[in-house]
Design a protein around this ligand. Structure first.
Ligand SMILES: *Cc1c(COP(=O)(O)O)cnc(C)c1O
Length: 482
C-alpha cells in the first residue's frame, strides 16, 4: 500500500517514533507455558501477564503513551468541580468533531449505558452495521434488541473490498420501512468494526446513512472507539479524501452524526470515555445521568491525569504518522502469514491481525472451539496471547445448544506503537510452525461454564492430550530453545 513508510524498496514498515521507556518481558520455556495455560483453563483471559511474552489480547488501555501525554499528566488540575483539565479536554473534543456538547464517562461501555437509558425502550430495535459485545449487552439490558445490517461481504473472510465495515444502505431503508420510526431506538455505526476484523466504514457510507436517518427522524449514533484506524483508511482508501486533512475528515464525520461516543482506552490512548452531541434536548437528558452513574460533570469517573493524557492523545490521533502505525503493522503481519498460506481476514483492517481458525483447524468442528484451541496452542508455541473471537465468545441458545458463531477468529491485537518489527516476525514464524503442525491441535471442552460472558471466566480442558504432542514436536524441531 502506497502509504506504508518503507525502506530499501521492500514492504518494511518504518516506526515513526523512538522508544524511551521499556518493560522487560519474559519468555518461559514451552513446558512452563504448557503448565500456565493448563492452570488458566486453556482460556487466554485467565493467563497472568507475567507469564506472557507478547500480549496481543487487546488494544484496550494498553497503548503506548507519548512523552507529551506523560508530561501533561503532571499538569492535571486536581479539582472535583470545574477542573481546568476538563475544560481543556472539552475544547479539544468540540474542536475535533465540531459538536456543541460534551459529557465525560469512565469508559466506552459507560457511554453505552447512558445512551441505552436515553434511547432504548422495551421491544425497540437498534439497527447497526455490526454489534460490539458491550453495546449489545446494554441495549438488551434495557429490553431492546439489535439488528445487524452489515454488507454481505463484511462476513466473508476474504475480500478485496476496502470498506467491509459498511452498512448495507438498502437493508437500512428496508429496516426503517418494515419497523417504522417508533420501533427503532437508534441507528448505530461502529467505526473500525471490531468483531469482524477491524474493518473500516467509508465516509460515503456514513453520508448515505446520515441522509436517511435525518429524513426519517431517527438518531444516528457513532461509536468512535476505533476511529483512528478508520480515519487512516478513509485517507488512503477513499480517493476523494486523499488530500483532505485528518481533522477535516473528523469534522465531516461530526457533521453527519447526532451522537458520537468513544472509549478513550482506545481512541486517545489513555483511559476513559465520552459522549458528544449537538442536540440540546438529548444533552440535557444525558447530563442528568452523569452525576448519578459516572461522577460530577467535570470528571465523569475519570482521573484528571488520564483526562490530560487523553486531550494530548486525541490531538495526536489526527497525525497520519501516528495513526498509520497500527494499520501498517497489521498489514505486514497479515502479508507474512498469507505468504505461508495461513488463512487471515482480508483486506487487513485496523486493530489487529485476525486468523481464521475455522480454516486453520479445519479438522475441528465449531463446537470444539477451534479459535479457543488455536489461541491456547499459540500461547503454548510462542508465549503470545491472542483473543478468541468465535463460538466460545457467544452465549448458548436458550435450549442449551451451541450458538455457532458466524466467524471463528483468533485476534492478534496491536496495541498502538507497542511492538517492534522483529517481534512481529517472531509471531509470524511461530504461527507458521503451528500451521505446519496444525493436525496436532485438538479441540477444547468446558470444565466450568459460566452462564453469562463465559469467554471471560470459563475454564476448559483439551479433548485428548494434544498439548503434550505439541510440546514433543516443539522440542524435536526447536531443540533447547525456548
Ligand atoms: C472497546 C470498545 C467499546 C467499549 O469500551 P470500554 O472502554 O472497553 O468499555 C465499545 N465499542 C467498541 C467498538 C470498542 O472497541
Amino acid at each position: 500500500m502506497s502509504e506504508i513508510k518503507f525502506y530499501s524498496g521492500e514492504q518494511v514498515p518504518l516506526e515513526m517514533h523512538k522508544v524511551r521507556m521499556v518493560q522487560r518481558v519474559y519468555l518461559l520455556p514451552v513446558e512452563e507455558r504448557a503448565q500456565r495455560i493448563q492452570i488458566a483453563g486453556y482460556n487466554t483471559f485467565l493467563l497472568q501477564n507475567k507469564d506472557i511474552f507478547l500480549d496481543m489480547l487487546t488494544d484496550s488501555g494498553v497503548n503506548a503513551m507519548s512523552e507529551n501525554q506523560y508530561a501533561s499528566m503532571l499538569q492535571a488540575d486536581d479539582s472535583y468541580a470545574g477542573s481546568e483539565t476538563y475544560y481543556r479536554l472539552e475544547a479539544v473534543l468540540k474542536d475535533m468533531f465540531g459538536m456543541e456538547y460534551f459529557l465525560p464517562a469512565h469508559q466506552g461501555r459507560a457511554c453505552e449505558h447512558i445512551l441505552a437509558r436515553l434511547l432504548v425502550k422495551p421491544d425497540s430495535v437498534a439497527v447497526m452495521n455490526y454489534h460490539f459485545t458491550t453495546s449489545k449487552a446494554h441495549i438488551y439490558a434495557m429490553g431492546g434488541t439489535v439488528e445487524e445490517i452489515i454488507i454481505d461481504e463484511g462476513l466473508h473472510i476474504n475480500s478485496d473490498l476496502p470498506f467491509k465495515g459498511n452498512m448495507d444502505i438498502s437493508k437500512l431503508e428496508e429496516a426503517i420501512a418494515r419497523l417504522g420510526k417508533e420501533k427503532i431506538s437508534f441507528i448505530r455505526i461502529e467505526a473500525g468494526t471490531n468483531l469482524i476484523g477491524g474493518q473500516p466504514v467509508s465516509m460515503e457510507n456514513m453520508r448515505q446513512a446520515s441522509k436517511i436517518c435525518r429524513r426519517a427522524g431517527i438518531p444516528l449514533v457513532f461509536d468512535a472507539s476505533l476511529l483512528s484506524d478508520n480515519l487512516y483508511f478513509i485517507k488512503v482508501r477513499e480517493a476523494e479524501y486523499k488530500d483532505t486533512d485528518v481533522i477535516e475528515i473528523t469534522r465531516e464525520i461530526g457533521s453527519l452524526m447526532d451522537v458520537i461516543y468513544f472509549s478513550a482506552r482506545k481512541l486517545g490512548a489513555a483511559r476513559g470515555g465520552g459522549i458528544l452531541t449537538s442536540d440540546r434536548g438529548m444533552f440535557l437528558q444525558m447530563r442528568e445521568m452523569i452525576p448519578l452513574y459516572e461522577g460530577f460533570l467535570t470528571y465523569g469517573g475519570m482521573s484528571v491525569r488520564e483526562m490530560e493524557a487523553m486531550s494530548i492523545g486525541l490531538r495526536e490521533s489526527l497525525d497520519m504518522d501516528i495513526i498509520n502505525q497500527t494499520p501498517i503493522f497489521v498489514e505486514v503481519l497479515c502479508n507474512e502469514l498469507i505468504k505461508k498460506g495461513i488463512p487471515v481476514v482480508t483486506p487487513p483492517g485496523g486493530l489487529g491481525c485476525h486468523v481464521d481458525a475455522r480454516q486453520f483447524c479445519s479438522h475441528l468442528s465449531q463446537d470444539e472451539y477451534p479459535a479457543g484451541a488455536l489461541a491456547a496452542a499459540l500461547y503454548l508455541a510462542a508465549g503470545v496471547r491472542g483473543m478468541e473471537r468465535g463460538t466460545l465468545s457467544e452465549q448458548r441458545n436458550p435450549d442449551g445448544t451451541e450458538a455457532v458463531s458466524k466467524m471463528e477468529l483468533v485476534r492478534l491485537a496491536f496495541p498502538k506503537r507497542v511492538f517492534t518489527l522483529s517481534q512481529v516476525k517472531y509471531v509470524a514464524d511461530r504461527l507458521t510452525w503451528l500451521y505446519e503442525n496444525r493436525s496436532l491441535i485438538g479441540g477444547l471442552e468446558f470444565e466450568d461454564e459460566p452462564k453469562v460472558l463465559r469467554f471471560f471466566f470459563g475454564r476448559l480442558k483439551p479433548k485428548g492430550n494434544w498439548p503434550n504432542a505439541l510440546i514433543r514436536k516443539f522440542r524435536e524441531d526447536f531443540g533447547e530453545s525456548l
